[in-house]
Design a protein around this ligand. Structure first.
Ligand code: SF4
Length: 331
């Protein structure tokens, strides 16, 4: 069975953009592939060392969301990156063959510095994170990595890394991962920008129904609809994008028609969304609450155990890489 590898930084509770983007994709893939999904806690440190004390809580909240939403630890191996030390050892070895100039030319390097500022990015770990990402992927001999089109350049970095190391040791110790191109539904936040924790515009699975209702009531809509009699363009409205996920096709068709001909007001449209969204999330939220209140310790113990399974798999390819690099050096 082909292997899929993917990780998420532990930023805490997941919002609708995370859930119906990457996480829904992971759930779809867990039935078709041998999947390794991990909490990328070392990656989180590359831009957030000052918040390192929050990583434990964020990891737990995120894993609870994974499980409540439908990720199945019986189907996929869920683990925490820092519990699998082999990633760090392979990262060290790969660092030796990675030119610094190449890292500085990674497209997101300058963008992230501009976005996050020098104080969060002026560290060696941040510069080297594509090397760590490559180690994460190739140590499991992953055949596929789910990526959006904007992340293809990152995966190409890993593929080049594999070609370099295989060429240097004259042996195919690692395989080149292929992209599994994934299209996610567009989800806007309450302010009309992309839904994101850092924009403070997100609706979370962990929110109560009342918090959700309040956020939707305050949501930006199509700015053309100043008066109820102004026709709108629903495809450009964040509320309608959420209807596409949470309301059935008949309701979506009706809203599309009645927004376009100005026969529905935004308040009524939002009230329908509040009802449908809360109804659909209710059983997932109840499961989340149950896991959080009754199963947190068990979840932590389980993730430690499954990290050992990941570690066993990682050890095999790390050892074969070391043998190819060092020969019989120290056994
Ligand atoms: S009626 Fe609905 S879809 Fe149309 S602009 Fe208002 S909130 Fe958006």
């Amino acid at each position: 069975m082909s292997i899929v590898l993917s990780g998420m930084r532990p930023t805490g509770k997941l919002h609708l953009g995370n859930l119906y983007g990457a996480l829904q994709n992971w759930i779809n893939l867990q039935d078709k592939y041998k999947c390794y999904y991990f909490v990328a806690d070392w990656h989180a440190l590359t831009t957030g060392f000052s918040e390192s004390k929050e990583i434990y809580d964020n990891t737990l909240e995120m894993i609870i969301d994974w499980l409540a939403f439908g990720l199945d630890p019986q189907k996929a191996t869920l683990f925490v990156q820092s519990l699998v030390k082999e990633h760090a050892e392979l990262f060290l070895l790969l660092s030796m063959i990675t030119p610094v100039g190449k890292l500085e030319r990674v497209p997101s390097y300058k963008d992230q510095i501009a976005q996050l500022g020098e104080s969060r990015t002026a560290n060696y770990g941040f510069l080297g994170y594509p090397v760590l990402m490559s180690a994460d992927i190739i140590i499991y001999k992953a055949n596929y990595v789910p990526v959006g089109i904007d992340q293809l350049a990152h995966l190409e970095f890993t593929r080049e890394m594999v070609r370099s190391i295989n060429h240097l040791v004259q042996k195919e110790v690692f395989i080149e991962p292929e992209p599994l191109l994934s299209e996610f539904p567009k989800i806007l936040g309450t302010d009309g920008r992309k839904m994101s924790k850092s924009y403070d515009n997100a609706i979370y699975l962990a929110d109560s129904e009342e918090q959700t209702a309040q956020k939707i009531k305050n949501m930006f809509t199509d700015p053309r609809r100043i008066r109820k009699t102004d026709p709108g363009v629903p495809k450009e409205c964040g509320v309608f994008m959420l209807h596409n996920i949470f309301s059935d096709s008949q309701v979506c068709n009706e809203i599309e028609a009645s927004c376009t001909n100005a026969s529905i007001g935004c308040t009524d449209c939002k009230n329908m969304l509040i009802k449908n969204l809360n109804n659909k999330l209710r059983p997932i939220r109840e499961k989340r609450k149950h896991l959080k209140e009754n199963k947190s310790n068990e979840i932590i113990e389980n993730i430690k155990e499954s990290s050992k399974i990941a570690s066993s798999a990682a050890k095999v390819s790390l050892e074969s890489a070391k043998e190819a690099i060092f020969g019989n050096y120290l056994g």
